[in-house]
Write a protein that binds this ligand. Sequence first.
Ligand SMILES: NC(=O)c1ccc[n+]([C@@H]2O[C@H](COP(=O)([O-])OP(=O)(O)OC[C@H]3O[C@@H](n4cnc5c(N)ncnc54)[C@H](OP(=O)(O)O)[C@@H]3O)[C@@H](O)[C@H]2O)c1
Length: 232
Amino acid sequence: MKTALITGISRGIGKALAEKFLTEGHVVIGTSLSGTVDFSHEKLTVHQLDLTSSQSIRVCTEAIKKSDTKIDILVNNAGALFDEEETNVIIDKLRQTLEVNLIGTIDFTEHIIHAINKDGHIVNVSSSAGSLGGKSLTEIEFAKSSHFPFHYPAYKISKAALNMYTRTLAARFINEKTPVVVSSVHPGWVKTSMGGDGAPMLPVEAAEDIYRLAISQPETGQFWFKGEKHPW
Ligand SMILES: NC(=O)c1ccc[n+]([C@@H]2O[C@H](COP(=O)([O-])OP(=O)(O)OC[C@H]3O[C@@H](n4cnc5c(N)ncnc54)[C@H](OP(=O)(O)O)[C@@H]3O)[C@@H](O)[C@H]2O)c1
């Protein structure tokens, strides 16, 4: 039995992932903006977390640390897409996006990092939209859909930068005897409020893949999609 800390479990992929961990008998500490979710379980606790607020990050991580729980798996799932219908970078939207997907996510991770077990796993839910090399799966998927030709640059920039956090964090742990593994994962294009109705995958399918990755001990500092390495 493992303890998983998952951000953004109120809906979408995060909710499906929390339910998967609970179904498999693990303990889940989840977060949502309101501090509540519409499901319950004896092994589930939920904390309020707004990644745009350093105060909220501090309060949330202090509360988790106070419970003296050691975390085996941290899934940084919470994320936001503010510029879905843009081709240009809108600075206000870029700031908003980076606050949630990058700065808040890093701030949260750095505050909780000492509560993560030595052989633990940090999984950053990224996106192929942030891939700099190779073909972006999301672009191929979107090219076939009505979302094309929007390019949501702020979102892409945020996920590319989050991937670099995965790399730098993995490198920080690498010389430890039992290093924490750090991974980025692309969940696929998923039917959620972010992914929209045209997406081909269900949240439970994405959750299944992320769960399998999270409970394994893969090569650290890699970007994954459906169990395979994804180009950075
Ligand atoms: N869906 C896709 O096709 C797709 C593709 C590639 C990557 N992803 C990534 O997968 C992850 C989950 O996406 P999703 O599709 O499940 O999105 P979603 O349905 O929109 O859910 C987003 C989650 O993030 C939380 N969240 C948003 N802003 C937050 C903030 N400021 N502070 C804390 N939590 C916040 C939300 O909490 P509240 O409900 O409490 O607001 C919600 O639980 C994201 O990182 C996303 O970038 C999704």
